[in-house]
Ligand binder design. Structure first.
Ligand SMILES: C[S@@+](CC[C@H](N)C(=O)[O-])C[C@H]1O[C@@H](n2cnc3c(N)ncnc32)[C@H](O)[C@@H]1O
Length: 192
């Protein structure tokens, strides 16, 4: 039996053994150096599984739509993608909690997990950098579901490290405690 083709999009330094790691930064030494805002260097319906964490948020909405359309194109019918991206609702809710309590827990989390230094070390600064500089488009669950649906995927929000697909389980880098991420499992219908 042939091995499934597994593609890890926007690997960064987290190269996954047994996967084709893809990034546009050659310094990370991925198997494939490619700009994911362009046509992906994979044939139609040639990939069994895709994993991507923290990459969709790097793109504005049109580039994000292109990214999802390309993921759909390269997946085989019946294939699955695991997609992880920051959750706008969780981020804003953490900010509002801080504002109400006069705390800066979100800023503390940022300082533990993100290399970009804060000047004022407040949660309002995190919101500004997170939305205006670090990320180009931040999704909440309904917005991402809508875009996934438009790209042809059948998707559901799942939990950290949870997947109905063995190949996609246990891959997540960020825990719910150290990030405000959401986790999606996206299938390409068998008749697509
Ligand atoms: C926040 S990092 C996430 C890295 C890794 N997936 C993780 O979870 O730690 C985003 C990654 O996306 C890559 N990236 C951003 N824009 C890209 C593009 N247009 N084409 C390919 N890779 C891109 C960056 O080089 C970086 O490695």
């Amino acid at each position: 039996m042939t091995e499934p083709v597994k593609v890890h999009l926007g690997s960064g330094p987290h190269l996954m053994p047994g996967w084709i790691n893809v990034d546009y930064e050659a310094d990370f030494k991925p198997e494939v150096v490619a700009d994911l805002t362009q046509r992906f260097p994979f044939d139609d319906a040639s990939v069994d599984y895709i994993h991507s964490e923290g990459v969709l948020c790097q793109f504005d909405l049109p580039a994000g739509e292109h990214f999802l359309n390309e993921c759909f194109r390269i997946l085989k019918p019946g294939g699955y993608m695991r997609l992880l991206t920051p959750d706008l609702r969780r981020l804003l809710s953490a900010y509002l909690d801080d504002a109400e309590r006069g705390e800066n827990q979100l800023a503390a989390l940022w300082q533990r997990e993100v290399e970009i230094p804060l000047k004022l070390k407040t949660s309002a600064e995190v919101i500004n950098i997170g939305i205006r500089n670090l990320h180009k488009f931040m999704y909440d669950s309904p917005t991402l579901m809508k875009l996934l649906d438009e790209s042809g995927f059948q998707s559901q929000e799942v939990g950290y490290q949870q997947s109905s697909v063995a190949a996609l389980s246990g891959l997540d880098v960020r825990t719910p405690e150290n990030a405000t991420y959401m986790y999606f499992e996206c299938g390409k219908p068998v008749d697509a």
